[in-house]
Ligand binder design. Structure first.
Ligand SMILES: NC(=O)c1ccc[n+]([C@@H]2O[C@H](COP(=O)([O-])OP(=O)(O)OC[C@H]3O[C@@H](n4cnc5c(N)ncnc54)[C@H](OP(=O)(O)O)[C@@H]3O)[C@@H](O)[C@H]2O)c1
Length: 302
């Protein structure tokens, strides 16, 4: 794995690729299975683990905590990221009627305390506001995040799915600037390179985290025209990159953007985690980066 990366001035230092746990419970893993996955990530140099309160039906943090607890020294070798703020009707919250966001100071502090307990740790390395909440003022959200950083319960704060304006507004109230904006970015979802998100983060010298870097598996849809074009382009350029697979080229494509996004990988398969880690060593030529762009879009550059 390439050298670790400080994701923001005064921000945390993370591995170049991040392991995501959104789908972690899909195959009903035991605590031992989760522990094995985490230890494999560690062996491969993927030391940063991304999660969220809502993942796995509000069960992911506790499951990750159980997996961590099986190797008592493991937690200190990893960086834990979690997110809060999305509330959907669920059996764990009887009476909740409407899916909504809540990123008030009160709620964020409650969530961070609960996450610490569920993860079995005394600090969260990076705590993210999962989505912007139109009904919470930036002062309210910032008050919660600033208090959490000041208390040492979280090492740093960031956001996810914020527009550049929303990011700038909240950042203006932060005692310690936000450390990331975790956004969707892949060959099939390029909005952050067009909507100012990555320009803003470069201005701030803050690294994005890129969720669904393989478009949730959509890149491999051989029935779609983009999928067919990408498979063909990957076949064409793979020999230059040690016969890299489409998934490895897709991770390399994400990491090549000058804002230096950290791909958050989502596979549950150990062989695919191993193969993903090798992508950090691939540096795409300019023309090949654009070749994949063109294959994904189905048209040339403007
Ligand atoms: N902040 C947010 O709002 C937000 C939203 C979504 C996700 N995230 C984060 O981003 C992480 C990654 O998201 P993601 O899971 O959508 O990432 P992804 O890597 O784009 O997609 C993972 C999916 O692709 C499949 N896949 C991987 N390689 C494949 C291949 N060669 N052929 C066919 N299918 C393949 C995986 O299946 P297998 O498991 O079978 O390999 C899995 O279902 C999440 O875990 C979460 O931490 C954040």
């Amino acid at each position: 794995m390439n050298p670790r990366i400080q994701i923001a001035p005064n921000g945390p230092t993370f591995s170049r690729m991040v392991y995501g746990t959104w789908r972690m419970l899909d195959d009903a893993p035991s605590a031992q299975d989760i522990n094995r996955r985490l230890n494999l990530c560690l062996d491969l140099g993927i030391t940063t683990i991304d999660g969220a309160e809502i993942y796995g039906g509000y069960a992911q943090e506790a499951a990750l905590g159980a997996g961590l607890a099986l190797s008592p020294d493991l937690r200190d070798k990893l960086e834990l990221v979690t997110k809060s703020g999305i509330y959907i009707p669920h059996s764990t919250a009887p009476g909740r009627r409407v899916a909504h966001y809540d990123v008030t100071a009160k709620r964020l502090i409650e969530c961070a305390d609960a996450a610490l307990h569920r993860l079995g740790t005394d600090r969260i390395d990076l705590f993210l506001v999962h989505r912007p909440d139109w009904l919470t003022s930036i002062d309210d959200t910032a008050e919660g995040l600033n208090a959490l950083v000041a208390s040492g319960k979280i090492g740093a704060a960031g956001v996810s799915n914020y527009s550049p304006n929303q990011y700038a507004a909240l950042n203006s109230r932060m005692a310690q600037p936000l450390s990331t904006n975790q956004v969707e970015f892949s060959l099939l979802h390029m909005d952050p390179i067009f909507d100012g998100t990555f320009d803003q983060l470069q201005t701030e010298r803050v690294r994005p985290m890129a969720w669904s870097p393989l478009a949730g598996g959509g890149l491999f849809d051989a029935t779609s025209s983009a999928g067919k074009r990408l498979a063909e382009e990957a076949r064409l350029i793979a020999p230059k990159y040690g016969n890299a697979s489409l998934e490895q080229l897709a991770y390399a494509w994400v990491m090549a953007h000058p804002s230096q996004p950290l791909p958050v990988i989502g596979t549950n398969r150990l062989d695919r985690i191993e193969s993903a880690a090798k992508a950090a060593a691939i540096t795409l030529d300019r023309e090949d980066w654009y070749g994949l762009w063109v294959a994904a879009k189905g048209h040339g550059i403007p």
